[in-house]
Design a protein around this ligand. Structure first.
Ligand SMILES: [Ca+2]
Ligand SMILES: [Ca+2]
Ligand SMILES: [Ca+2]
Length: 448
């Protein structure tokens, strides 16, 4: 409300409150039209649909007054108008009908006054079409079409092309021409967006696209095996070399079993070979083993894999359950274990629990030997590193292990000639089905 009008209204209120028998000093403003206005200065309408609005003649007190009002569209190819009664209101109702994509103006005239309303006609929707999947390392073309409210295709009406985007650049990227490139496996959403009017309004269509790894290019061994086995991948001649990025970020190569559900350790890698440790799977159904970001093209590759057992025991079980029968570790390096069970407080609780895996480590040297163990595992479980100083395990040390950390690190000095027993204990599964851990032993036989 502008100050001039407010002044007039203020005067009107004074006139009313002090009213009674005195004459109204604003009476000469009432009743006579002074301007015409449409309901809004801008309306959007969907092609093959209509919006209802109105135009009004106002008097000097801003009250509607009865007047004959006509309306017309300046471009009937874009929008047409038709009047409709708004009785008993003192205004002229009218419909704006969307005909084709574009803009026009609607002129309302009456009582010697006129006003215009900008009208923009838009599609009711945009629809993206194309295949439901894209192969990692490949592209797929997607198309769009615009539709009116009556579902007729109005793409040819000169509507600007949409902008394209994906919701996850690691999974897929798109050009502004709807060409989708697939990378990491899984579901990516491809969206085409077309602006609607001057504000933030838009029509959009999202297509769910599955990024499927391409078949691995090369040879493998042991595609039916057991937990802690190694699957070896050898690159085919001419295929892109393996990605040597070992970072844990999205750029690094990683391997997962059961499509992307069960991550695993990469034991060794060259440009032409990859050694992947089999994690605990727990069933014998066939599923894809996927290498994500396998090469410089960020391509994901897959092979079909099946565990030969539903058991969660690893290769050293059950011998590793007891220090007396524990497997010996004689060299520095990486070793893999699987623990599982209820193991309340780290102790055997239910039949089938595998809470402990022991390894015998002997200092064959003539002096005390410092050794370092780093244990890494996935998931929320608390796994502990401890050492038994004798086969009866009557004397235990942690070497700084048995914490809540992951990774967990333990350092010990094993006396000359002594055998200690590295003890990996599942202290708390924390709801996880199994713990797949890597023991990294270093320092053995190396001067401190
Ligand atoms: Ca085990
Ligand atoms: Ca065991
Ligand atoms: Ca721990």
């Amino acid at each position: 409300m502008n100050s001039r009008l407010f002044g007039l209204l203020g005067a009107a209120l004074v006139g009313i409150t002090s009213a009674g028998c005195k004459s109204d000093p604003t009476a000469d403003l009432a009743g006579a039209g002074v301007r015409l206005a449409t309901e809004f200065s801008y309306r959007e309408v969907v092609v093959a649909d209509s919006v209802r609005t109105f135009a009004t003649v106002f008097d000097g007190l801003n009250s509607p007054v009865v007047a004959a009002i006509t309306v017309r569209s300046l471009n009937t190819a874009v929008a047409t108008v038709s009047t409709v009664s708004d009785d008993p209101l003192a205004r002229q109702g009218f419909w704006v009908h969307g005909i084709t994509y574009g803009t026009t103006k609607v002129v309302a005239e009456g009582g010697g006054f006129a006003d215009t309303m900008d009208v923009a006609a838009f599609p009711a929707k945009i629809v993206v079409s194309g295949r439901d999947s894209v192969i990692s390392g490949s592209t797929r073309q997607y198309t769009f079409a615009y539709f009116a409210a009556d579902n007729t295709d109005i793409t040819a009406q000169g509507i600007p092309v949409p902008s394209w985007r994906t919701n996850d650049a690691n999974r897929g990227t798109t050009t502004q021409a709807g060409l989708l490139s697939g990378f990491d496996p899984g579901v990516v959403t491809l969206t085409a967006v077309s602006a609607r009017g001057p504000g933030n309004d838009s029509v959009r269509s999202a297509k769910i696209v599955f990024v499927d790894p391409k078949p691995f290019q090369g040879t493998t061994n042991a595609l039916i095996s057991t937990p802690t086995d190694t699957v070896r991948f050898a690159r085919a001649v001419g295929a892109r070399r393996f990605n040597m990025d070992s970072s844990a970020t999205a750029t690094g190569l990683r391997a997962t079993f059961k499509f992307v559900a069960i991550p695993t350790f990469i034991a060794r890698r060259t440009a032409d070979s990859l050694y992947v440790i089999v994690p605990p799977i727990g069933d014998t159904t066939t599923a894809d083993l996927v290498i994500t970001r396998a090469d410089s093209g960020k391509t994901a590759e897959k092979v079909s894999y099946k565990s030969s057992t539903a058991s969660l025991l690893d290769h050293q079980d059950p011998a590793s359950d007891d220090p007396a029968t524990a497997t010996a570790i004689t060299t520095n390096g990486d070793y893999y274990v699987v623990l599982h069970g209820t193991c309340t407080g780290g102790v055997f609780t239910n039949p089938g629990d595998d809470c402990d895996d022991f390894y015998a480590v002997t200092n064959t040297g003539a002096t005390s030997d410092s050794m370092r163990v780093q244990l890494d595992w996935g998931g929320a479980a608390d796994v502990d590193v401890l050492w038994c100083r004798n086969v009866a395990c009557s004397s235990v040390t942690t070497g700084g292990g048995a914490t809540a950390s992951n990774p967990e690190i333990s350092r010990v000095f094993i006396p000359a000639g002594a055998t200690w027993y590295l003890w990996i204990n599942l202290f708390d599964p924390a709801g996880t089905k199994s713990s797949f851990a890597r023991i990294r032993l270093s320092g053995k036989g190396v001067a401190p």
